[in-house]
Design a protein around this ligand. Structure first.
Ligand code: TXA
Ligand code: MG
Length: 329
């Protein structure tokens, strides 16, 4: 792991590394982020590996300004008003993904919505511009530990799981961005943060408080939103039922191979990283095919397999078992 000063040449070096799929921890005004090219599924999967996240929480896509934001998300009047007033700054919008949104499905945890933020930090902005794509980034710490506000915090928490850290000094705000969901008629505050609720309400009127914080990781079943296919999904399938499509992992047993009219393989070689990168897009593809069901082969529980199994379990559980508003978000 290397800590780099925030010189122009180091920012370009970091962006070049990200173009090749690498992870870079970078400073923002709120906290340090662990960034990857948001449009590269494999790079995004690496974030979850580095953080040791047991589930795939959707990530914020960081943009260098409104034009890039409007390429990935559908802005309405409220979002435009707030962006004009508070961007760059500690305010994240949850909006609908744009028609041809290039951001990886994994970064959005399979949802039709996307979290977008323009950070108020020259190094972060230069890094995004130099990459030419949005940067998907959660806080640059291992899952379950405190958010980092110094480059050394990142180094202590992630160690060699992060190859490059851009050192931008202490984060000025020091706590995460405020997240506001603008996909509903009444905007909802999903996470209080660096910009006050009053500041937002002064411009767009009353906002609702969400029933539970999206950040509360204690009870994974309570996660605010997650993607689940409409087609029933069955776990640990060892055989195929009539009309079922196969969501495979690794080598497919001969009888299943023969029985499957439709199949997609998360990773033929049994690579969990590749499987994570494919998970949401393949679930979506199979869901569109009008099959009687989706039979998912077992995925090992170690490493990223824990997060993959977490999402498969959620996808397999039907409406009644989901948190309110959970299904399809
Ligand atoms: O200040 C910040 O926001 C920092 C810096 C790096 O920008 N980032 C950050 O990321 O705190 P993270 O991953 O720790 O928190 C992002 C939160 C998560 O709770 C996630 O559930 C929520 O944003 N989120 C992301 N996409 C969402 C979506 N489509 N719908 C609802 N919540 C979403
Ligand atoms: Mg976090």
């Amino acid at each position: 792991m290397e800590i780099l000063s925030q010189s122009k040449s180091n920012i370009i070096r970091a962006a070049t590394f990200m173009k090749e799929g690498g992870l870079v921890a970078f400073p923002t005004e709120t906290i340090y982020g662990l960034g990857a090219d948001a449009c590269n599924e494999h790079a995004v999967a690496s974030i979850y590996i580095a953080k040791g996240r047991p589930s795939f929480n959707p990530l914020i896509s960081h943009v260098d300004g409104l034009p890039m934001a409007e390429e990935i998300a559908r802005f309405d009047d409220r979002a435009s008003t707030l962006a004009a007033a508070f961007w760059p700054g500690p305010l994240t919008f949850v909006l609908r993904r744009s028609q041809n949104c290039p951001v990886s499905w994994l970064a959005c945890a399979g949802l039709e919505t996307i979290a977008v933020r323009c950070p108020k930090h020259a190094t972060a902005l230069a890094l995004i511009s130099s990459l030419g794509h949005p940067i998907a980034a959660p806080s640059a710490n291992r899952s379950g530990s405190i958010s980092p506000t110094l480059a050394t915090h990142v180094a202590e928490s992630l160690g060699d799981a992060v190859p490059l850290i851009l050192d931008g000094g202490a984060s000025q705000v020091g706590l995460e961005s405020t997240i506001i969901d603008l996909t509903t008629d009444t905007p909802t505050l999903l996470r209080p943060g660096g910009l006050s609720r009053e500041n937002i309400e002064a411009l767009i009127g009353a906002i609702a408080l969400s029933g539970h914080a999206p950040d509360a990781p204690k009870s994974p079943g309570q996660l605010l939103r997650h993607y689940a296919p409409d087609t029933p999904l069955r776990l640990n399938a060892a055989a195929l039922g009539p009309g079922e499509a196969l969501l495979a992992f690794g080598p497919i047993p001969e009888d299943m191979k023969n029985a499957a009219a439709i199949s997609l393989n998360l990773s033929e070689s049994g690579d969990l990283h590749e499987a994570a990168a494919n998970l949401f897009s393949m679930m979506r593809q199979l869901d569109r095919m009008g099959c009687a069901g989706i039979a998912a082969m077992p995925v090992p529980a170690h490493g990223l397999g824990m997060a993959i199994n977490d999402r498969l379990r959620r996808a397999a559980c039907r409406d009644s078992m989901l948190a309110p508003g959970g299904k399809k978000g």
